[in-house]
Design a protein around this ligand. Structure first.
Ligand code: PLP
Length: 368
């Protein structure tokens, strides 16, 4: 009997296209006929330099990154950048302060980390639940802040920005870890963008940092050298051993995105996939409940409860068990919020989302 296909709706660490995995499998033993694995080659060899350059060029191409921006491939994850951002940028202005838009777990963590290095203003009153983005007209931005920080997609709470905040003359910094390359973005509006590759552009281990050149060289003196953007950019991300394999995988994923129509095509597919799930939630007469304000519902991570507003845990367990029997895994919501979360990253196909939608429809009929 054929093994049932497993559909991975997990929020992390990674969802990779099948073609990428097959290609990597092929090259794991012998990269490009050189007789050693891609895991073994020197990061200073010409073959690896080619991988780095191709990966950077693909990224520049896909995002139309202006020439006055540096691209770095670093270790330390998104969490490493929670420290690196203030260490490098909070000293841009004398006051050493930064504005943080806190709209969920990840921006809250970033703000807490930044407090170690300067003054942090949360630019709207603390939210009692992370289900919305306060209207920009209610924000009190500080013109003397060194930067304004926000998380473009809150992976746990399913809150996504559909607009780029207007911060006037203050530099904008964004964590795009969980929606990177899921839609086109105008890089020129940002001072810095970072994204852990896992989720949309690769596997765990590498974090992409895109930073405007004129912001380099302003790090606080206590900034660890591996987190210093000027040092890393000046060494083409090779100050220390880079996450070679993760960079290689990212190159394959970027090629896959390019061959599949680039960020505009990813956006179209992501709208279609998430639209299918939200349509069922909205048409379920309150059986499925998504707590997030319609205006900022994430296309990447769709959190919902079943049975009632705060969730009927027995029914949710039944839903997860039934999904698992059909091969759909990792649909459990984050432990801090409970319920269900369907993550629909780039590598989740429309067909995968359709299978989930069909299951949700059947479950609704049987349990409403
Ligand atoms: N930012 C966002 C939006 C995330 O979803 C995550 C992890 O899931 C992080 C940051 C932290 O990334 P890491 O685990 O790579 O440190």
């Amino acid at each position: 009997m054929d093994k049932k296909k497993t559909l991975n709706f997990g929020a992390g660490p990674a969802k990779l296209p099948q073609t990428v995995l097959l290609e990597a499998q092929k090259e794991l033993l012998d990269y490009n006929g050189i007789g050693i694995s891609v895991l073994e080659m020197s990061h200073r060899s010409s073959d690896f330099t080619k991988i780095m350059n191709t990966t950077e060029n693909l990224l520049r191409d896909l995002l139309n990154i202006p020439e006055n921006y540096k691209v770095m491939f670093l270790q330390g994850g998104g969490s490493g950048q929670f420290s690196a951002v203030p260490l490098n940028l909070i000293g841009l202005k004398e006051d050493r302060c930064a504005d943080y838009l806190v709209t969920g777990t990840w921006s809250a963590k970033a703000a807490k980390e930044a407090e170690k290095y300067g003054k942090v203003n949360i630019i709207h009153p603390k939210l009692d639940s992370y289900t919305k983005i306060p209207d920009p007209s209610s924000w009190t931005l500080n013109p003397s802040a060194s930067y304004v920080y926000y998380c473009c997609n809150e992976t746990v709470h399913g809150v996504e920005f559909n607009f780029i905040p207007d911060t006037k003359d203050v530099i904008l910094v964004s964590d795009m870890s969980s929606n990177f390359l899921s839609r086109p973005i105008d890089v020129s509006k940002f001072g810095l963008i970072f994204a852990g590759a896992q989720k949309n552009v690769g596997c765990a281990g590498v974090t992409v940092v895109i930073v405007r050149e004129d912001l380099l060289g302003k790090a606080l003196k206590e900034c660890p050298v591996v987190l210093d953007y000027q040092v890393q950019a000046g060494n083409n991300s090779l100050y220390n051993t880079p996450p070679c394999f993760s960079i290689y995988i990212m190159g394959l994923v970027l090629e896959w995105i390019k061959n599949n129509g680039g960020t505009a095509a990813m956006e179209r597919l992501n709208k279609e996939k998430s639209g299918m799930i939200y349509d069922i939630i909205d048409g379920s007469n309150g059986f499925y409940v998504c707590p997030v304000d319609v205006k900022c519902r994430s296309r990447m991570n769709v959190p919902f409860r079943i049975g009632k507003q705060e969730g009927d845990e027995a029914l949710e367990k039944l839903f997860l068990d039934g999904a698992s029997k059909l091969g759909m895994i990792s649909l459990k919501g984050h432990r801090s919020v409970g319920g269900i979360r369907a993550s629909l990253y780039n590598a989740v196909t429309v067909e995968d989302a359709r299978v989930l939608a069909e299951y949700m429809r059947t479950f609704l009929k049987e349990h409403q």
